[in-house]
Design a protein around this ligand. Structure first.
Ligand code: SF4
Length: 228
């Protein structure tokens, strides 16, 4: 039988720049390929499914995590949920004692099957699910049916590029009672919306259950730096 492998563009240890584990040291595993083309994408080098990558088995990735000595793992892309057999990899990495695993997904790929697997097999990873706002030029791709599968441990992230994006984000949060379902993060597009302006809008609008988050890796390193 052929071993299951995954196309990994890069893997490295850094700190989590965003999400619920922001600030913790983390292992990043970036998979090749994305089905979207967001206006602000900073990982274009990983988005072509045929980009340079190495095919690694779940056991090799698990060993990499163990050898790193780091216990937060972020699976990212591209779009990691385009990969088949993701449950196999999740089960492998989540079996590392004390390890937390986060999947960063763009919100356009159905999560129902993986969420059901998480529940039935008690595999404790979390989803950080983007909602693509108008400024991304990808809004038509959002799958709102995914929200039915989120838990209080997951997060929906809105990357906000202007006031139109902000107002749309507030409408989506309120219309779907997202803060009642899960964690909600508003993050400004680096260089497009200042953090003080975003906080001002948030308070004016009374969005008191929403967490504002800056992508801290863009402040620690040069914003164009890859692999951090
Ligand atoms: S979903 Fe993420 S990886 Fe894909 S184009 Fe958008 S920002 Fe880039």
């Amino acid at each position: 039988m052929m071993a299951i492998t995954y196309p990994v563009v890069e893997k490295f240890v850094s700190i989590n720049g965003e999400g619920l584990y922001q600030g913790y040291p983390a292992v990043f595993i970036r998979f090749a390929g994305c089905n979207l083309a967001c206006s602000y994408c900073d990982t274009l080098y990983a988005n072509n499914p045929d980009c340079a990558s190495e095919r690694l088995e779940a056991s090799q990735l698990k060993d990499y995590v163990i050898d790193s000595g780091v216990y937060h793992v972020t699976l990212t892309g591209g779009e990691p949920l385009l990969q088949p057999n993701m449950e196999h990899l999740l089960e492998s990495i989540c079996s590392i004692e004390g390890c937390t695993v986060e999947i960063e997904t763009n919100g356009s790929v159905e999560i129902a099957a993986l969420a059901a697997y998480r529940k039935s097999h008690n595999v404790p990873f979390i989803f950080t699910l983007d909602y693509k706002l108008p400024g991304s030029l990808m809004e038509q791709h959002n799958r709102l049916d995914n929200y039915a599968h989120l838990t209080k441990g997951d997060a929906v992230k809105f990357v906000i590029g202007d006031l139109e994006d902000f107002n749309r984000a507030c409408s989506i949060v309120n219309d779907h009672d997202l803060t009642g379902l899960t964690n909600v993060i508003f993050s400004p597009v680096y260089g497009k919306v200042s953090s003080d302006k975003l906080v001002e809008w948030l308070l004016e609008k009374g969005m008191m259950q929403v967490k504002v988050q800056l992508q801290i890796h863009k402040y620690i390193w040069d914003p164009q730096t890859k692999g951090v």
